[in-house]
Design a protein around this ligand. Sequence first.
Ligand SMILES: [Ca+2]
Length: 572
Amino acid sequence: MALRNSLKIAATTAFAAGTLVLLSGCGGGDDSGQPSLPQLPAATGAALRSCSDLVTKLAFANTQIASAETVAAGTLTVAGQPIAEHCLVKGSMAQRTSAVDGKSYAIGFEIRLPDHWNGRFFYQANGGIDGSITTATGGVGGGGALNNALNMGFAVLSSDAGHTGSMGPFFGIDPQARLDYGYQAVAKLTPMAKSAIQTAYGKGPDRSYFGGCSNGGRHTMVAAARYADQYDGFLVGDPGFRLPLAAIANIAGAQKYAALATDPKDLSTGFTATERVLVSNAVLSKCDALDGAADGLIQDTAACQVAFNLARDVPTCTGARDGSCLTVEQKASIGQLFSGATTSTGTKFYSSFPFDAGLVPNGWAGWKFNNSLNLDSGAVGLIWQAPPEDPTTFNGPNFTLMGNIDTMLAKVNATNAVYTESAMSFMAPPHPTDLSVLKNRGAKMMIYHGTSDPIFSSNDTAAWYDALRGANDGDASNFARYYQVPGMNHCSGGPATDQFDMLTPLVAWVEKGQVPSDVIARARGAGNLGGANADLPVSWSASRTRPLCVYPKVARYNGTGDIESAASFSCR
Ligand SMILES: [Ca+2]
């Protein structure tokens, strides 16, 4: 009901301002014939009034400001680029002692306020299980980005989402800390940050943006569903928007790899690096050229899933495993994991994963063989289950290897007297395909996902986006656009062009009505200022570029021109 009211207010405001314009097409036939949506006015900048006295000037309910200090130009550098002078405000909100575990909790945050502000606010949503106030620079997408929101002049907020990292997953014993991590910290921080900006510059933000990758992508999708009245642009990266299910799927995978492992202490012996190279090469041989260029990138991901067959296209071992084949058991288990983890009765509970060229990197292996034991376990067992496992005896690897998948699934959907909201309720967007508030007030969303992400499947995001299109008369491209990043692992890395800026086109879309089309992405070869990507094949140019395409378009080689250059490819 609150959402509907805010929708009415937002729509009324937009009409009253007389700012409706038609969206213009931009090189693609999919922009035609869509109804016009409100055009939000562009932000205008302002100068920071002062910094150190913000310690006493900033006043917001239930908030303590610990410090406000000028950070001189060049003190902070990102990708070799000096960040201009700004004010760093540190503080905390909602300090309390838990009645459940007796521990102290607060929502810690920092806000970085540029001297020369562009009139915009960026909520930097962080990854993992939160708990860390990652430097508030504001990511613009992918790995090792060359620019950042702070450098562009945004005021940027970062928070720990309500618990400290030293607690690990044990903060999940406290029910309120669960809810703050899920979505409630955002609700508390947003008006506080906007109030702080108002005090610091003499006006609040004209436009507000929200972005992050991984759990940060989840935060962004949740905010798009819950708080679309408070943000104008959403930049979603590799979202774990059904995070408990993805984590349980990864645990189910660990159980299968354990059964295949030759060394029970090392799950990677169930699917070795040599065997992953074998499968990756088999996928490439079937799929690489489908986009017109045998360049180590599988850009037509969908066609590849039809063209490649694990059982058929990888040799089956007739003797011992030697890296040149997979056993019948490996093919069955690994094939089933790619097609989607299942319950004991065979019901698929999470998405399939696409076959791609990016399953060789250590980053891929780390998620499957290590994080399944040491990260997903604590998240499922302690943060999401109702009731949680006993924290005094909890052992992550044992939970993963011995736990019952069906029981985990039941408990992340369960509530009890202490944990009154289920994990699937507090972690996931309430109605993932209902973005009507966002859409109808003129806000916009851009989403990207690496097709070799080993923990959150790009197929899950594609399925959500397809459903979003279905919920909007078959076309959501006038307010939400999805981009797949071929070969990219979880938010960065993999054999991929993973360096790109999606925030700049998002702002142009929100504030000027410039509909985004291709986004140019670059490989991070040797010498790249954003940090070299160790997963790049040696045959690639260090500065290879490719267009990232508006889904479901695919970057296809034009047939002529430099194969290292985006200019030789077209999205179609
Ligand atoms: Ca290719």
